[in-house]
Design a protein around this ligand. Structure first.
Ligand SMILES: Cc1ncc(COP(=O)(O)O)c(C=O)c1O
Length: 358
């Protein structure tokens, strides 16, 4: 195994002290007291269920319109992505990856030795998905086809018909489709269906991190065919074993109030989306408006993005996420889930800097 460094994460580690980070993809943090309840005093801290606690698996299954037999709880979506790749992908296998994308979805298959074929979408075509190209490149031997739905960083969605066709392609190449659905429900009433509604070759993963702002619980999941989950669970026995019962208890509270979390996310995003749209209109160096769904946007920038990000950090203590982290260097990512006053200030800093250099 030879994993490329996780550049985006390392960058965030380096800039952690900066005043304003307007690039995060999560909805702002939720705190323990927001649940207004206490942990059960008799909670067994010695033993837990291998595949996740039954109540939590039931609630996750509902979000994907399936049964809990199809759910494996993991240590975040991060472990979920690792388990799928390390279980299904062998060295030199062909893995097709949608670009731009959140880098671990591209780099974990690389880490386990796959021949990763990046299939870029173009901003000038409205990030259109070319399924003919996917079919051609999958041929008869692609092992895994990888997407995020909604996409991180563009917030584009795979539609029901895209998913149906991807399931056909997987059948033809005798492979699987992995869809990271971390942001799927942030399209609210327009949320695309879960990939797992389209048959046994489709695998979905997700997490409480982004929708709820509960990243440190480290609770995620995989939804897929039970025989596949057995293989993933067999590998998980060597990574984390059973997950944290403390975290899974709190994640169960979150999933049982999921509509509350969606309403909260929507309130925050509606306000910030409007602020971002107004601000972007005053920055002619940036192309592409603010998408109507999701928590992130990915404008094209006519100014050199690495230099812009560096000056924004040094002069204004403001952080954006360079497009190179997602495979498209002349763009950058902004996040809409944070504090409104921070977004406003960060965008004003960005506008000031762009005015002075473009
Ligand atoms: C698409 C996507 N999947 C997964 C994750 C990480 O999820 P978790 O915190 O559950 O490991 C992120 C975090 O940025 C993400 O953007």
């Amino acid at each position: 195994m030879d994993f490329p460094p996780f550049e985006h994460l390392l960058y965030y580690e380096r800039v952690h002290g900066a005043r304003l980070n307007i690039s995060y993809s999560n909805i702002r943090e939720f705190r323990l007291d927001g649940f207004r309840r206490g942990l059960p005093k008799n909670l067994d801290l010695n033993w837990t269920f291998r595949n996740g606690t039954p109540g939590l698996r039931e609630l996750i299954a509902k979000r994907h319109r399936t049964s809990s037999r199809h759910v494996l709880v993991t240590t975040g979506a991060t472990e979920a992505n690792f388990l799928v790749n390390a279980s299904l992908v062998r060295p030199k296998d062909r893995v097709l990856v949608d670009i731009p994308i959140y880098s671990p979805l591209r780099d974990v298959p690389r880490g386990v030795g796959a021949n990763v074929v990046e299939i870029p979408r173009a901003c000038k075509d409205g990030w259109r998905l070319d399924l003919d190209r996917w079919r051609k490149l999958a041929g008869r031997r692609a092992r895994l086809l990888v997407f995020a739905n909604l996409n991180n960083p563009t917030s584009t969605a795979l539609t029901r018909s895209d998913l149906r066709e991807l399931a056909d392609i997987a059948e033809e190449c005798d492979g699987h489709v992995l869809v990271d659905e971390t942001f799927r429900e942030l399209a609210f009433e327009d949320a695309p269906p879960s990939a797992t509604e389209f048959g046994h070759r489709m695998i979905a993963l997700s997490t409480v991190t982004k929708v709820c702002g509960l990243g440190t619980l480290r609770v995620g999941w995989i939804v897929g065919a039970p025989d596949l989950l057995d293989r993933f669970a067999g590998l998980k026995d060597y990574t984390t074993g059973g997950g944290s019962v403390l975290s899974q208890t709190i994640a169960t509270w979150a999933l049982s109030r999921w509509d509350f979390f969606l309403r909260r996310a929507r309130r925050i995003l509606d306000v910030n989306r409007k602020i971002a749209a107004d601000a972007l209109r005053e920055m002619p160096a940036l192309e592409e408006g603010v998408p109507s769904r999701g928590s992130v946007l990915f404008p094209h920038c006519s100014v050199h993005v690495a230099k812009l990000a560096d000056r924004l950090l040094r002069q204004y203590k403001t952080v954006i996420a360079e497009g190179r982290f997602f495979g498209v260097p002349d763009h950058f990512r902004l996040g809409l889930g944070g504090e409104t006053r921070d977004l406003r200030k960060g965008l004003a800093n960005l506008r000031r800097l762009l005015r002075s250099i473009s």
